[in-house]
Design a protein around this ligand. Structure first.
Ligand SMILES: N[C@@H](CCC(=O)N[C@@H](CS)C(=O)NCC(=O)O)C(=O)O
Length: 226
């Protein structure tokens, strides 16, 4: 594996600038991963489809090369054409934004940047909590599941949605924050971790407006039945 862990990739990044000259890169992600969807949306929005090949990964399969590429065994993981692996989704989004010239989906500086990154962190936190709810069912036998733990995770989602409902974020100019939030809603809908649609009318309207304004959202929806 190259950077992180090795040195060659890092030298190239600092030096000649060829870090950005990679031709086809491989994105390891299922089409259902909400974190992978953020990256797939960014690729779509920035018109970079030709630069990436999506190769599904299985985080549950010990023989999947994902675990060699990313010791954490998580997707999305991006493989550059020299084999260098890059993760996690936030880092990959930053890289893709820079590939497209910079400042496209992550404002370059100032309040706008930190506002977008904080919204992105909140959206990631919603997804993380929803994933942990899913994993509780996936990894523990029914009689070992903790209702306290599940409630703890659901409360995080509810507090985040209450905050967002009071002041829904801007959709334009489009940032990684709004993209992340849309992917969080997509995941809540898919996994049904929580019926947010009934209780958050302003966010439901936000979701409708986002889907209308950003075709990449529909374009990256997981195929039905997955
Ligand atoms: N912070 C990471 C989270 C990635 C993540 O949790 N991905 C999930 C799939 S949506 C995963 O690979 N889980 C497998 C595991 O935790 O073992 C990111 O933003 O990329």
């Amino acid at each position: 594996m190259g950077w992180p862990g090795g040195g060659a990739g890092r030298r190239r990044f600092r030096g000649s600038g060829t870090w950005f000259n990679h031709m086809t890169m491989i994105l390891r992600s299922t089409l259902t991963s909400p974190f992978g969807r953020k990256v797939r949306m960014a690729i779509h929005i920035l018109g970079l489809e030709g630069r990436f090949e999506i190769v599904p990964a299985s985080s549950a399969d010990p023989d999947d090369t994902l675990r060699q590429q990313n010791p954490l065994g998580k997707m999305p993981t991006l493989i550059l054409d020299d084999g260098t692996a890059m993760f996690d989704s936030r880092v990959i989004l930053d890289y893709i934004d820079a590939l497209a010239g910079g400042g496209r989906l992550i404002p370059a500086k100032g309040e706008a940047r930190h506002r977008a990154l904080t919204l992105a962190a909140l959206a990631d936190g919603i997804i993380d909590a929803a994933l942990l709810i899913t994993y509780e069912a996936r990894f523990r036998p029914e009689d070992a599941r903790s209702e306290t733990f599940l409630a703890h995770q659901r409360d995080k989602i509810v507090r985040a949605l209450v905050r967002l409902e009071a002041d829904p974020p801007a959709i334009e100019p489009l940032t990684v924050g709004a993209i992340g939030l849309a992917c969080a809603f997509g995941y809540l809908d898919w996994r049904q971790a929580l019926d947010w649609r009934a209780d958050y009318p302003a966010l439901l309207d936000w979701h409708r407006r986002f889907a209308a304004a950003v075709p990449a959202f529909a374009a990256t929806e997981a195929p039905k039945g997955q």
